[in-house]
Write a protein that binds this ligand. Structure first.
Ligand code: HEC
Length: 443
């Protein structure tokens, strides 16, 4: 045997060839990448059209997967990573892509079967959570809501009362639903109602904001004097967790007001929706708060120019809001626009002339939104001015334009997806001295 052939023979016995990595197998190399980056959406009950959990799920779509990961179409991640980087960044590294492609080109070898990861994931799926453990409390609607198959979208608010044995420290919260495919996005507000004289049950359980029962909403005003927390879900978005000594306190008694935006459906679709809450036994030293700027929140009237998008117009709107709170450290930034959105940018300027980058989505895509989680505390000092800039494309060139031909679009705060919004939500804690050097230990 010539030397070179002998060398090749030797290499193939060892399972590799010169210049090529050791053989890549599913259970050892591929599944961890797929479970971390794809299954948050590609699982039953989530937004993606098929599961990518098991060997078979992935192997039978290998060619397709090679295409979408090489082109970086999947996993979707729209934030401009050069502007600032986020802890929940969902993108494959060059190395990950290389591993997936090598595995696919090698004919999808299985390797030694290891089912632990699938088992753990299935357990969490059965518990209806994307978090690492089962929820301590699930507050959900008593009865399923039927989104009629009349191709109309609906905004429906659900009241979910709760009375707990005691207050509890919250480590994480997530929206939960047995049918996320019909849901466009959801928001939830947690309102404490300590006054036992206020009955939590003798009001309507549901209000269709897009229908005739709108006026019933006023029955709930008595519950809304205070708000403990406000969060939400959009397809693909990660759940909300907090670093070790941060979080908020779940009140003993009150209601969750859950607003669900159901997308148009051509078939009747049932869903039961709610929130999962995860408690922690450690104390909360720093309380997480939420503020909403722009449409539906603070400064709605200050959007400049007043929000009006004529047909065939590309236009930028801005909002400037001063921080009149003490210095705060940001945990999350959650930008929101609808289908006409093209670009979203938020930053703050200080009296000293510094610019603090908050978030930039250069190619806004309504389908891929995220609640962006900072790696380190982002300082928003007292007196800083937050700038929010949203550019919208209301021309026929925008494939997401819901109107053909384009129509005038407003932002009337009713959150319908054929209306627009320019909103930035910020989750934050009051600044502490050592925040300059802190890195959040996200759970
Ligand atoms: C944020 C949620 C999300 C994540 C994360 C995600 N996907 Fe998807 N994926 C979707 C949705 C929703 C669709 C269907 C809509 C579409 O194709 O745009 C989709 C479609 C696909 C398709 C079909 C594409 C087509 O043209 O029909 C493939 C293949 C795919 N995903 C693979 C992956 C792989 C591999 C990963 C991980 C590396 C991944 N996805 C991560 C949500 C996600």
């Amino acid at each position: 045997m010539p030397n070179s052939l002998r060398f090749l023979f030797f290499c193939s016995l060892l399972g590799y060839l010169p210049g090529r990595a050791q053989s890549v197998t599913f259970y050892q190399h591929v599944q961890p990448i797929v479970h971390a980056n794809c299954t948050p959406c590609h699982r039953p009950g989530e937004a993606a059209p098929f599961s990518l959990i098991t060997y078979d799920d992935v192997a039978k779509r290998a060619k397709f997967i090679k295409k979408v990961v090489s082109s970086r179409y999947m996993p979707p991640w729209k934030a401009d990573d050069h502007y600032n980087s986020f802890a929940n960044k969902r993108s494959l590294s060059e190395q990950d892509i290389h591993t997936l492609v090598t595995w696919i080109d090698a004919g999808v070898p299985k390797g030694k079967v290891k089912l632990e990861a699938e088992k753990a994931l299935t357990e969490r799926l059965n518990a209806g959570t994307a978090y690492k453990r089962k929820p301590d409390l699930t507050l959900r609607m008593k009865e399923a809501f039927v989104q009629k198959g009349d191709t109309k979208e609906r905004f429906v608010m659900f009241k979910i009362p709760f009375e707990l044995a005691q207050r509890a420290n919250v480590e994480a919260i997530e929206f939960t639903s047995n049918n996320k495919k019909v849901i466009h996005h959801a928001n939830y507000a947690i309102h404490p109602v300590e006054d036992a004289a206020i009955d939590l049950y003798n009001t309507v359980d549901m209000v269709d904001l897009s229908g005739t029962s709108q006026a019933d909403y006023y029955q709930w005003v008595k519950y809304k004097k205070e708000m403990t927390y406000y969060g939400g879900w959009i397809p693909g978005a990660s759940l909300e967790t907090y670093p070790t000594d941060m979080g908020w306190e779940m009140p003993k008694r009150g209601i969750v007001l859950l607003t669900v935006h159901f997308g148009p459906s051509s078939q009747d679709a049932e869903s039961i929706n709610g929130v999962n809450i995860f408690f922690k036994s450690t104390p909360i030293k720093r309380k997480v708060k939420v503020i909403s700027l722009g449409s539906g929140g603070i400064g709605e009237k200050d959007i400049t120019p007043p929000f009006m998008l004529f047909a065939n117009e590309v236009k930028t709107f801005t909002l400037r809001i001063g921080n009149n709170q003490p210095d705060v450290s940001l945990l999350y930034a959650w930008p929101h626009m609808h289908q006409l959105g093209k670009e979203f940018k938020a930053y703050a300027t200080t009296a000293a002339g510094d610019t603090i980058r908050l978030v930039h989505v250069s190619e806004w895509d309504f389908r891929w939104q995220e609640i962006y989680r900072y790696r380190k505390p982002v300082l928003l000092p007292r007196g800083a001015v937050v700038h929010v800039e949203g550019t919208y494309d209301n021309t026929a060139n925008n494939p997401m334009n819901p109107n053909d031909p384009p129509q005038m679009v407003l932002s009337e705060g009713n959150m319908r997806s054929d209306q627009e919004m320019l909103t930035l939500m910020l989750m934050y804690v009051v600044r502490e001295e050592n925040d300059d050097t802190l890195t959040y230990d996200w759970q």
